[in-house]
Design a protein around this ligand. Structure first.
Ligand SMILES: Nc1ncnc2c1ncn2[C@@H]1O[C@H](COP(=O)(O)OP(=O)(O)OP(=O)(O)O)[C@@H](O)[C@H]1O
Ligand SMILES: [Mg+2]
Length: 308
């Protein structure tokens, strides 16, 4: 393996400046439990301004929970979630809403209101959160629709849109308030490969054109390697590795003998049927496994123990 594929210690070697301007999102020792079961076990993650960070890992490892703690829809039991330099853990609702105005979220379903046209859906956050006049809102809606390639479809209702169009529409709505950070949970889930690739291109374009910071939870490795600047691999509620896309590509493509963690990452990235993940699966319960089954991961399970 080449030198740049060797692991580095992110916190000691890779921090240009220790402030909110450089890192609009900083997770520090974040612990989340559900009914006493530890699901996130001390997450540390700094996300740089303008970068696209992929959060990946097997089903049930805590990706969506991490994202939901960042947007303030879940409150961690321990640790800090610093958004734009402010810890949002325990923050009053008014303050939280001030932070939320600065972020956009693309939910899996697009989360559009079916009784409203696309234009009305996109206008809604502008009407609710700004004092802009209707004609200015109208112009802004047109700009957002153009950005996502749906300008001709503004008067349609969500029910008549294709899956890919719904994603685009959801994105237009997430963009309504000109967010500084965009969160995506499985943006290409349920889309055919071509539509999925189009959404990837759109994410890249938005990041370039608008300079937004993007946090993307995804299972789709092709998509992850297309859009990522850096990638964060979660494993059993912990951060296993945070590295550049190139580092992960090197691990994926390496034919060398790798040490345990990297061999595990390689198997995950390749989706291979054999490797340390499979060995672990055989030697421990399904629910503790990185490639765990959704049905199993939804069942109660004991607190996470590190296998390392
Ligand atoms: N509201 C909740 N109450 C109880 N347990 C929960 C809740 N939300 C998530 N969990 C549990 O926390 C763990 C992590 O869930 P999470 O949804 O974050 O996983 P994920 O990595 O996003 O998985 P997937 O790839 O399947 O979407 C799972 O075991 C899940 O069952
Ligand atoms: Mg999820």
């Amino acid at each position: 393996m080449s030198d740049d594929a060797k692991p580095t210690n992110e916190s000691s070697t890779d921090a240009p400046a220790d402030n909110a301007e450089t890192y609009p999102i900083r997770l520090k020792g974040m612990v989340k439990r559900f009914n006493g079961v530890t699901v996130l076990d001390g997450i540390n993650l700094d996300i740089r301004k303008g970068e696209t960070m992929i959060i990946m890992g097997g089903s049930g490892c805590g990706k969506s929970t991490t994202l939901r703690c960042m947007i303030g829809s879940l409150v961690p039991e321990e640790g800090r979630v610093e958004m734009f330099g402010e810890n949002i853990v325990g923050m009053a609702e008014d303050d939280l809403n001030r932070i939320r105005k600065r972020i956009g979220i693309l939910f899996q379903s697009g989360a559009l209101f079916n009784s409203m046209t696309l234009r009305e859906n996109i206008a809604l956050p502008l009407e609710e959160h700004t004092d802009l006049t209707p004609d200015v809102i109208d112009i802004m809606v047109t700009i957002k629709l153009e950005l996502v390639g749906l300008r001709e479809h503004g008067n349609k209702y969500p029910s008549v849109l294709s899956g890919g169009q719904k994603k685009r529409a959801g994105l237009a709505r997430a963009l309504a308030l000109d967010p500084e950070i965009l969160f995506y949970d499985e943006p290409s889930a349920g889309l055919d490969p071509v539509t999925s690739a189009e959404i990837d291109q759109l994410i890249i374009e938005l990041s370039k054109r608008l300079g937004v910071t993007s946090v993307v939870v995804t299972h789709e490795m092709d998509s992850a390697f297309t859009i990522a600047d850096r990638m964060c691999m979660l494993d059993k509620g912990r951060v296993m590795t945070i590295e550049t896309r190139e580092w992960f590509a090197n691990v994926r493509d390496s034919t060398d003998e790798l040490e345990h963690d990297q061999a595990l990452i390689r198997q995950f990235l390749r989706g291979s049927p054999e490797g340390p993940l499979t060995d672990r699966k055989l030697s421990s319960g399904y629910a503790e496994d990185l490639l765990g089954d959704d049905r199993v991961s939804m069942a109660p399970r004991p607190a996470i123990q590190s296998s390392r």
